[in-house]
Write a protein that binds this ligand. Sequence first.
Ligand SMILES: Cc1cc2nc3c(=O)[nH]c(=O)nc-3n(C[C@H](O)[C@H](O)[C@H](O)COP(=O)(O)OP(=O)(O)OC[C@H]3O[C@@H](n4cnc5c(N)ncnc54)[C@H](O)[C@@H]3O)c2cc1C
Length: 397
Amino acid sequence: MVKNKVVDVVVIGAGAAGMMCAGVAGQRGRRVLLIDHAEKLAEKIRISGGGRCNFTNLHTSPQQFLSENPHFCRSALARYTAQDFLKLVQAYGIRWHEKHKGQLFCDESSQSIIDLLASECDKGGVEWWMPSTVLDVTQQPLGHWLISTDRGLVEATSVVIATGGMSIPKIGATDFGLKIAKAQGLKLIDPRPALVPLTFSPETWAPFVALAGVSLEVNITSSQGGEFREDLLFTHRGLSGPAVLQISSYWQHGDQLEVDLVPDVALEDYLVEHKPGNRQHVANVLAHLMPRKLAEFWVTNAGLEGKHMADVSDKALRSLANSLKHWKITPNGSEGFKKAEVMRGGVDTRQLDSKTMMAKHRPGLYFVGEVMDVTGWLGGYNFQWAWASGQAAGLAV
Ligand SMILES: Cc1cc2nc3c(=O)[nH]c(=O)nc-3n(C[C@H](O)[C@H](O)[C@H](O)COP(=O)(O)OP(=O)(O)OC[C@H]3O[C@@H](n4cnc5c(N)ncnc54)[C@H](O)[C@@H]3O)c2cc1C
C-alpha cells in the first residue's frame, strides 16, 4: 500500500504570498510542501510593474486597502513593513529605485524578486511540486488536513491557501481558493475585478473614440468614496491609466464618476480673466493647460470651434470651464478579470485571525495574499499585503 506523504505544512499557490509564507515557515524548521499548478513560476510577479515589479510602497498603511473589514490588515502590515521587505531586497543585492509616491521598482527585472523568493524557500528546505494539480482539501477527524493531488495524497497539520485572485486567467489565476473557502463553510465577499480599465456603451463612447491615446493628469472621484490625482488615458472602449485603475476599485455598477480635467487651475476665473481683447482661439488658450487634441474636442463639443476668446460670452466660458472641471461619467462596465490587476472581495476576513491568517473555526486552515478580501491601491500595496500576510502565516503554521 502506498503511504500518504506527511509534512507539517502544505502551501497551495507559489506566487508572492505563498512563496513568502513557505520560506518563512521552512526557515523555522517546518517541513513545507509548496504546490502550484502552473508550468512557470510566479508569472504574476514576472509581468508586474511593467516587468520591473513595483514590489512595495514606502507609504504603506491600512488606509491604502479596501475591505469589508478595514482593520483586519493592520496587524500584519505593522509586523512586516515595506522597510522589512526592502531589507530583504537589499540583502540580495537587487538594485531598485523609487519611481514616485513611494513606489519601489526593480532597476532591472521582476525576475530578481522571483529568484529572491525561490531562494528563501530553498534556504528553508521547501519541497516543490510544480506543476501539480490539487484535487481536494479536506479536514480529517483528528484535525489534520488531507490534500489530494495528481501526485498522491498528502497529510499536513496546516494548509495555506495562497492561490491569489482571479485576474488574468490566461497565466493561471483561478477561483480555487474561493471554492475551498466555501467548501469549508467560510463566507465570501463577492469577487469582482479591480484596478481595471472602465468601459462605456458603444453609443456613449463613440464621440470619444477619436481621443484614444490622449493622456493627462486629472483628479477623479467616485460617489462611493476614493479620490485620486493621477494620469488618465482615453482608450477605444473607455478610460484607463492609473487614475481610472485606482477609482475602479471603488466603482460599482451604476455609480457616477467625476473627473477634473484641469486640476491645477481655477478654470472659470482663468478663462474669464484671459478674455478681454484676446484674439486667440479658445482651443489655443485651453491647449496651454491640456493636450491640444482634448482642448479642440471639448471646444468643438461646446460649439465654440474657431471662436476667439474676446467674442465668447462669460456665460459660455464659465459653462465650458464647468464641463472640464466636473466631467460626469457613468461607465457601463469594466474590462473584467482578463485585464484587471487584482480582485476585490474574496474570503471574508471576519472569519480569519488577523495575527495568523488562520480560519477561526477551521484550525490549521490559513489564507494569505489576494484570495482574501484585502485589496490594495495601485502602487506596490498589493505585493506588500502578500509579503505581510505570507509572513504572518509563515510564523504561525
Ligand atoms: C498585470 C499585473 C501587474 C501587477 N503589478 C503589480 C505591482 O507592480 N505591484 C503590486 O503590488 N501588485 C501588482 N499586481 C498585483 C499582484 O501581482 C498580486 O496582488 C499578487 O501577486 C498577489 O499575490 P498572491 O500570492 O496572493 O497571488 P499570485 O501571486 O497570483 O499567486 C497565486 C499562485 O497560485 C497559483 N494557483 C492558482 N490557482 C491554483 C490552483 N488551482 N492550484 C494550484 N495553484 C494555483 C497560481 O499559479 C499562482 O502561482 C499586478 C497584477 C497584475 C495582473
